[in-house]
Design a protein around this ligand. Structure first.
Ligand SMILES: Cc1ncc(COP(=O)(O)O)c(C=O)c1O
Length: 403
């Protein structure tokens, strides 16, 4: 079937985080409910990573049937579910996994927190590559560990890893874990096999365990190939915990279902013990498992169409900004539906930039600095929305910047 992603869908009264709350332009610690967000003067939310598109039709139909059943008791992951995950990884990414490697968690962020808790001792260091998805910082600090960044280098509009610096930091005996973001949020890089192999070898050499957050793995633009980190070699697989989920791919984040894939038995056992010690990991949610299995079995036509739509949105945004907003440069992503905008040419400090976007343009992006100090002067915007919303947002930015 052909999907219509142009249709604006009112998310009022759906308890949507994206549309239901807004940060105060002057005091980021304060959030307001946005009861009037469908008024004339609504602020356009382009922040948190969910899409303003309904999930694939087969998923919606399956959930409606399940909701009508009326009994929502304790639910288990079935063999058919595991098989759907195994088949998806093989079909989409050429990665052969076994059902026994899958551990369920109610999200990748909870998993990353539990992984740090399991594998990092107090005072040890966790390596990340800023600017990067900021909940990694919380996961590290929540568990009394220390953040160490081998920051990415922006080279002629494209972010690169700094391998020498990475190795220096990985070689510190206090560094015991590396959180890889692949594809990378917010800069949109889909790391090449060579780049991944390079950091993977460094981690093996210095005995640094790898957590590969691959939640955006299915959201890849034409001509680009995603490489699953653990598929590079058996040694790498044995040293890696991979975080996957259908949530970004099919817009199911509210169903809290993710699949953590751990080829190494010993690591899997330790992780499972942490989950057990928190009373977690035994049950699934009825809607989550059904949605994941259905999406992985029947969602591909939707995924192909949504990625084409998002890439067209990206082209539109690039053309608009290049022609109308000097001072902002698009860092063109290779995947994800998040776009990293270099706004340093506007010459504003981070608070002035925030006031410009939220107060004057009345759009709500994610501020670059929340991804680490390397993100100062940048904004991350979510383009998984109908073109009309994107056009409105860009026009607002143009007016706020140019007048
Ligand atoms: C890199 C990355 N990891 C994890 C998440 C969120 O994961 P979850 O909703 O499964 O906790 C996001 C959401 O934007 C993300 O970008």
């Amino acid at each position: 079937m052909k999907y219509d992603f142009d249709r604006e869908i009112n998310r009022k009264d759906t308890q949507s985080a994206k549309w239901g709350v807004i940060q105060d332009p002057d005091d980021p610690s304060r959030w307001h409910a946005t009861d009037d967000y469908y008024g004339e003067d609504r602020v356009l939310p382009l922040w948190v990573a969910d899409m303003d598109f309904p999930a694939p039709r087969p998923v919606v139909d399956a959930l409606v049937r399940r909701a009508q059943h009326g009994i929502y008791g304790y639910t288990i992951r079935t063999e058919a579910y595991d098989r759907a995950v195994v088949d998806w990884m093989k079909r989409r990414h050429g990665w052969e996994i076994e059902p026994g490697w899958i551990v369920s968690t109610p999200g990748v962020v909870p998993a990353v927190n539990y992984l740090v808790r399991t594998f990092v001792g107090p005072g040890e260091k966790v390596l990340v590559q800023r600017p990067v998805y900021y909940p990694f910082f919380n996961a590290i600090e929540n568990n009394n560990a220390e953040i160490v960044s081998s920051s990415l280098i922006l080279d002629d509009g494209c972010y690169q890893m700094d391998f020498d610096d990475f190795e220096k930091k990985a070689a510190d005996p206090a560094t015991t874990l590396y959180i890889l973001c692949s594809p990378h949020n917010p800069v949109g890089r889909v790391w090449s096999r060579e780049e991944l192999a390079h950091v993977g070898e460094i981690c093996l050499k210095h005995r640094v365990l790898v957590v590969a957050d691959e939640i955006h793995a299915d959201l890849i633009f034409k001509g680009i190939t995603f490489t699953p980190f653990a598929a590079i070699s058996e040694a790498m697989a044995q040293n890696t915990v991979v975080c996957t989920a259908p949530s970004k791919t099919f817009n199911l984040a509210g169903l809290h279902t993710s699949n953590i894939i751990i080829p190494n038995d010993r690591l899997k056992h330790r992780f499972q013990q942490t989950l057990n010690s928190c009373g977690m990991g035994k049950w699934a949610t009825p809607f989550g498992v059904l949605a994941c299995e259905t999406a992985y079995r029947e969602g591909e036509p939707w995924l192909e169409q949504v990625m084409t739509y998002i890439e067209d949105n990206l082209d539109y945004l690039q053309e608009f900004i290049d022609s109308h907003i000097p001072g902002i440069r698009v860092i063109r992503p290779e995947g994800t539906y998040l776009v990293w905008l270099d706004c340093r040419g506007l010459g504003l400090d981070k608070w002035a930039l925030k006031r410009l976007m939220l107060g004057k343009a009345r759009i709500f992006p994610d501020e670059g600095f929340i991804f680490g100090p390397e993100g100062d002067g940048f904004e991350r915007i979510n383009i998984a929305c109908p073109r009309s919303i994107l056009q409105d947002a860009l026009e607002r930015i143009r007016k706020a910047v140019i007048g």
